[in-house]
Design a protein around this ligand. Structure first.
Ligand SMILES: [Zn+2]
Length: 457
């Protein structure tokens, strides 16, 4: 009896050791395939240079839907289909003007601005007003209507460079851009100029979404380059008659029909359990959206391509999802989760790549302690590829709505230091993406998806 028991334990240990070794070997093959035969870079080249930026509702967004569908069909995924979603259709119109007037140093001087996404325009007559600079909402509130009525509010709090994660620095400053317009409009302000969300000091303005609160007048809002912000701030201290002229031509059109693009490989053992890997197909209408988030889309397609190339038959159904409209509405992510609920699809895990195509560092996981311990059992395998940052917390805007059904949410974590140099600006272009870094990211994602699929969670 005792002997039998020992034999059973020894057999189990041997089985586990063999299984771990075979998974370790498979991860090696995944990296080999991504680095030697990778297709993510070629796909991104087409998406970025062949199609260009892809704001929701634009013809380029429609072209990107067709291109990614065609790619996944050509790669012979088990099924490829579109999921309808109505998206906001905001257009920029003519290029905007931001001009300082009555400056003692410059007289009149144009500064680099870009309209914030979803903002109303000033129309051709523009807005000319005195400027009040603030660092935060508390300061704004303390000034109140008396000091702000009829003025342009200039939010100039920089991203805090002391954070090691650039995303944390972004998180600490972005409320000015997202909520600054309505907050200022409550006090009768007529426009907003917000310092660009970047740690770089340069002359490139960075757009991004703003959200108007209901029942508060919608006022025009632009982002100003960090150099422009420095000039405006220093001129405000010198010139008491300084005014700012703002002219934007953006407008919100009726919602447009668009699509999430989905490709899948059917699970061999648990076809009704889903694992999602995705990015968002839309981008802002500046640059070509290579890092944000063309990279995440092509990496997600590449995960499934690698599985097929290596003959990996997943136990669970694996889906690559190109979500539409993350940037100015997140309608794609919401619709995906709604349809999953309606169809009773059980989503075990979802992994989003929406932090750029940079050198992979690891993953942020939103899950129970038990699941996290399980993922940490794979740390040795992942560490061998420099994936050392496996941390609690994370996910992504598109996969977030799956949380309600208990899905484990995972954010891919590439190095964050250069992301905000490019993010939402004319600088987010294909030449900023390094082929190897992009491919390593795809391999990292494929490896984690493979381990989740094989071992469950
Ligand atoms: Zn993004």
């Amino acid at each position: 009896m005792k002997k039998n028991c020992l034999i059973t334990i020894a057999t189990l240990l041997l089985f586990h050791a063999l299984q771990a070794q075979s998974q370790k070997d498979e991860v090696r093959k995944i990296f080999d395939e991504a680095l030697a035969n990778g297709q993510s870079y070629a796909m991104l080249e087409y998406l970025s240079l062949g199609i260009g930026n892809r704001l929701s509702g634009s013809p380029q967004a429609a072209a990107a839907v067709e291109y990614t569908r065609e790619r996944m069909e050509a790669l012979r995924f088990d099924s490829v289909y579109l999921q309808e979603v109505m998206v906001p259709h905001w257009i920029r119109g003519h290029k905007e003007v931001g001009r300082m007037v009555n400056s003692v140093t410059y007289g009149s001087k144009e500064l680099s601005v870009t309209a914030l996404g979803n903002a109303v325009g000033t129309g051709p007559d523009g807005v000319l007003a005195e400027v009040v600079e603030v660092q935060n909402f508390n300061q704004l509130d303390s000034l109140g209507k008396e000091k702000l009525e009829g003025k342009i509010v200039f939010y100039n709090r920089p991203m805090d460079p002391k954070h090691i994660s650039a995303f944390q620095a972004y998180g600490g400053a972005v409320n000015q851009r997202v909520g600054g317009a309505s907050r200022a409009a409550k006090y009768g302000a007529v426009g907003v100029v917000a310092r660009s969300m970047t740690l770089a000091l340069d002359d490139i303005p960075h757009t991004g979404t703003l959200v108007y609160e209901e029942d508060i007048p919608k006022i025009p809002a632009v982002a100003i380059s960090t150099i422009g912000a420095e000039i405006l701030s220093s001129e405000l201290k010198r010139s008491d008659k300084l005014k700012f002229y703002l002219e934007t031509h953006c407008e919100m059109l009726p919602d447009a029909l668009s699509y999430n693009v989905i490709g899948e490989i059917k699970g061999s053992e648990f076809p009704d359990e889903y694992i999602v890997v995705g990015g968002h197909l839309d981008s802002w209408d500046v640059g070509d959206g290579s890092h944000d988030d063309g990279a995440g889309c092509v990496q997600s397609i590449e995960v499934l391509r690698i599985f097929k190339a290596l003959g990996i038959h997943p136990k669970r159904t694996i889906r690559a999802v190109m979500f539409m409209n993350e940037e100015n509405g997140s309608r794609g992510g919401k619709e995906y989760a709604r349809a999953a609920r309606e169809n009773g699809e059980k989503h075990l895990a979802a992994l989003e790549s929406d932090a750029g195509g940079f050198t992979p560092r690891g993953f942020g996981v939103q899950c129970s302690n038990e699941v996290f311990s399980k993922i940490m059992e794979w740390a040795d395998i992942l560490n061998a590829y420099d994936l050392r940052k496996i941390v609690r917390g994370g996910g992504g805007a598109d996969i977030g709505p799956l949380k309600e059904q208990g899905t484990v949410l995972i954010g891919f974590l590439p190095d964050s230091q250069r992301y905000f140099d490019y993010h939402h600006s004319e600088a987010d272009t294909f030449d900023k993406v390094n082929r190897r870094e992009l491919e390593l990211g795809a391999a990292a994602m494929a490896s984690l998806i493979y381990l989740i699929d094989q071992n469950g969670l």
